[in-house]
Design a protein around this ligand. Structure first.
Ligand SMILES: Nc1ncnc2c1ncn2[C@@H]1O[C@H](COP(=O)(O)OP(=O)(O)O)[C@@H](O)[C@H]1O
Ligand SMILES: [Mg+2]
Length: 232
C-alpha cells in the first residue's frame, strides 16, 4: 500500500554550513497493508524526512511516493486532506493543545473536519478507551504523565480510523516503563488491523519486537529485514 520509488530528498541549505543536505538518497521500499515496520538509524539518518514525505509535508526532490498506487505528491492539493486522514501521526513531543482536556484534544480534530456533536460523542470515548485513558478524559495535558500524553496523542491519531499510523520516535521522551507501555499499545493497534510505521533509535525496543526493520544510514537504506535487529 505504501511505496517509495527511488526517492531522494535534498534540502538546499542546511543552516549551519550553508551546504545542501541529502536527507534521503535514492531509497526504494514497499510496505504491505497491516505490516508493522520499524525505521531505525542514528540521529540525522533521515527517519523524520521519510515520514514527512509520507505525510506529504515535504516533497521529494526526485522519485515518487505512492499510497495505494496514488502518487501523493502529484495529486491535486484539494485531495490532500482526504489522503492525510488515512494516516495518523504520532510525534515525540505529543503536540497536544494545552488549554484543552484529553476529550477536547481528540474532539478538536473531528470538529476541524466538520463532524457533528453526535459523531464526536460516539467516537471520542471509544478511542480514549482503546488507549486506556478513560479515567483521564477530563484532565488537561499538564495533568498527564509522559506516557499518558503519548497515549492521548495516539488516541487523536486514531480518530479518523486511519489505515496507517506513523510514529516518529514516540518514546523519545519516555522512561523505559512508559516506553514498553507505548510499544505494547502500538502492537495492539497493529493487531486491530492498522499498518504501523515506527521510527526510533531505541535498540532495546527493536530487538524485542521481532518485526521488520529498515535501517537508514546517511539517507540510504543499508538493511531491510523481516524480524530485523538493530545493529548500527
Ligand atoms: N528542513 C530541513 N532543512 C535542512 N536540512 C534538514 C531539514 N530537515 C532535515 N534536515 C537534514 O536532513 C538530515 C536528515 O534529518 P532527519 O530526517 O530529521 O533525520 P532523523 O529523523 O533520522 O534524525 C539531517 O542531516 C538534517 O539536518
Ligand atoms: Mg527524527
Amino acid at each position: 500500500m505504501i511505496k517509495f520509488q527511488e526517492v531522494t530528498k535534498i534540502f538546499p541549505t542546511n543552516s549551519p554550513n550553508g551546504y545542501p543536505t541529502t536527507a534521503l538518497d535514492n531509497i526504494s521500499f514497499e510496505i504491505k497493508p497491516k505490516e508493522f515496520v520499524s525505521i531505525v538509524g542514528r540521529s540525522g539518518a533521515g527517519k523524520t524526512t521519510l515520514l514527512r514525505l509520507l505525510m506529504a509535508e515535504e516533497k521529494p526532490t526526485r522519485g515518487q511516493v505512492f499510497i495505494d498506487g496514488l502518487d501523493i505528491h502529484k495529486i491535486k492539493p484539494g485531495k490532500l486532506p482526504a489522503v492525510r486522514r488515512r494516516i495518523g501521526a504520532v510525534f515525540q513531543d505529543y503536540k497536544l493543545l494545552p488549554s484543552k482536556t484529553a476529550y477536547e484534544n481528540v474532539a478538536y480534530v473531528m470538529e476541524v473536519i466538520g463532524a457533528d456533536d453526535l459523531e464526536i460523542a460516539r467516537d471520542v470515548p471509544e478511542v480514549i478507551e482503546i488507549v486506556g485513558l478513560t479515567e483521564r478524559t477530563n484532565n488537561f495535558p499538564v495533568e498527564l504523565s509522559g506516557g499518558e500524553k503519548q497515549r492521548l496523542s495516539i488516541a487523536r491519531a486514531l480518530i479518523h480510523r486511519p489505515e496507517v499510523i506513523l510514529a516518529d520516535e514516540p518514546t523519545g521522551n519516555l522512561d523505559p516503563y512508559n516506553t514498553s507501555d507505548i510499544i505494547r499499545l502500538l502492537l495492539k493497534i497493529h493487531e486491530l488491523g492498522t499498518t504501523v510505521v515506527l521510527s526510533t533509535h531505541n535498540k532495546e525496543i527493536i530487538n524485542k519486537l521481532g518485526k521488520r526493520v529498515i535501517t537508514l544510514e546517511n539517507g540510504k537504506i543499508i538493511r531491510d529485514e523481516e524480524e530485523g535487529r538493530f545493529i548500527l
